[in-house]
Design a protein around this ligand. Structure first.
Ligand SMILES: Cc1ncc(COP(=O)(O)O)c(C=O)c1O
Length: 377
């Protein structure tokens, strides 16, 4: 038989999913593994959101609907983007996808032509490189500053005539870092000077600890150059709903919609009513979850201090990103095999020598995990 797709043969499977599955296999075999490798809130979806979806099902909202998303959700998203993110937006500039993941992929397809380069900032979330590759582009990696995890002028050295896009992620998975104003300004200037598009992945926007999240799309001159991506998974504990969205110029949205029409058609109709309830309903649930993450974050960072491990500025998201040095994959394997704690090695994020610890787990489990890590160290 002839070989399967050459394009896909070059793409590695998701490291985070692999580690989580290995931990699940160990659990199924009877080992008490504490899984701190997954990027998923451990809270139930708030009841008013679930109810809105059930009501939609009971009303019979179970058929095909508008391709870019139900009008109520497009309006709710554009209102949110104008009010909270200070980005000029109309419902025509919104497309709802099956998770932020789907929206970022569609944006890569919409912007990149074969051979175009996309700059990815390391440590980078596991899926950016495959998105660019599947879209026919060439990923170009650029390291963040090793201590501050911010950007400096060296970024422009990665730009050439083939560069078409920069992908940023703030707050970041895996580092937790929030890009400061200087870093955002630099990206905005480079995009304007070199006619580039920025994809700004803001999925962890609501999970911040003392620092303020700013959207690059709100910078003057960036409205038409920015694809702002967000979703419901992290802020509203809705990972399984597969609901996310992108906001961009009408031209980019029209191209993303071509991909959407010929692939997913649209996200699940009744799930989108849950999305409307999330954005339009009470927001206390978001703050309650954020507060609980902040409590766990303080505990995990204190434990790292006690173990003498240094970590990236943990401004947001729900990750402690810890420097271990040496062969990070070996360290993670050791923690899993000897301590029965699953974490993700930094090489998965193109950043060797580091480990990502997700604190999206109960305080009891985190306490036990920290004891186990301390013992294997
Ligand atoms: C940085 C980042 N972007 C996007 C996503 C995808 O989110 P969604 O569940 O909305 O597809 C994740 C999920 O882990 C993430 O960490």
């Amino acid at each position: 038989m002839r070989p399967l797709s050459a394009k896909l043969s070059a793409i590695a499977p998701s490291a985070t999913i692999e580690i989580t599955e290995k931990a699940r296999r160990m659990q199924a075999a009877g080992t008490d593994v504490i899984s701190l490798s997954i990027g998923e809130p451990d809270f139930p979806t708030p009841a008013h959101i679930t109810k809105a979806c059930i009501d939609a099902l009971n009303r019979g909202e179970t058929h095909y609907t508008a391709g870019k998303g139900i009008p109520e959700l497009l309006s709710a998203i554009s209102d949110k983007i104008v009010q909270e993110n200070r980005i000029p937006c109309t419902p025509e500039q919104v497309i709802v996808g099956c998770g932020a993941k789907n929206s970022i992929y569609e944006a890569c397809e919409a912007v990149l032509s074969p051979g175009d380069e996309a700059i990815i900032l390391d440590p980078s979330w596991v899926s950016y490189e495959p998105f660019v590759q599947i879209a026919g582009g060439i990923p170009v990696h650029h390291p963040m500053h090793p201590e501050t995890f911010q950007l400096d002028d060296t970024l422009v050295e990665k730009v050439n005539e083939k560069t078409r896009m920069i992908i940023i992620n703030t707050p970041s998975n895996p580092s937790g870092v929030i890009l400061n104003n200087d870093s955002l300004r630099l990206v905005a200037d480079i995009c304007q000077d070199h006619d580039l598009i920025v994809i700004s992945d803001e999925i962890y926007e609501k999970l911040t600890y003392g620092k303020i999240h700013v959207s690059i799309g709100s910078f003057p001159g960036m409205e038409d150059r920015t694809v702002t991506v967000n979703g419901f998974s992290k802020a509203y504990a809705m990972t399984g709903w597969r609901l996310g969205y992108a906001v961009a110029s009408k031209e980019i949205i029209a191209y993303m919609n071509k991909v959407q029409q010929h692939t997913i058609s649209h996200p699940t109709t009744f799930a989108m009513y849950g999305g409307v309830a999330a954005l339009k309903g009470p927001q206390e649930c978001v703050e309650e979850m954020r507060y609980e993450f902040e409590r766990r974050r303080s505990f995990v960072l204190k434990s790292m201090d006690e173990m003498g491990l240094s970590y990236a500025p943990a401004d947001g998201a729900f990750y402690a990103y810890v420097k271990v040095g040496g062969d990070d994959a070996k360290v993670a394997a050791h923690w899993l095999e000897k301590g029965h704690v699953a974490v993700t090695h930094g090489s998965a994020f193109h950043h060797p020598g580091w480990i990502r610890i997700s604190y999206a787990a109960s305080m009891d489990r985190l306490e036990e995990a920290m004891n186990r890590i301390s013992a294997v160290l």
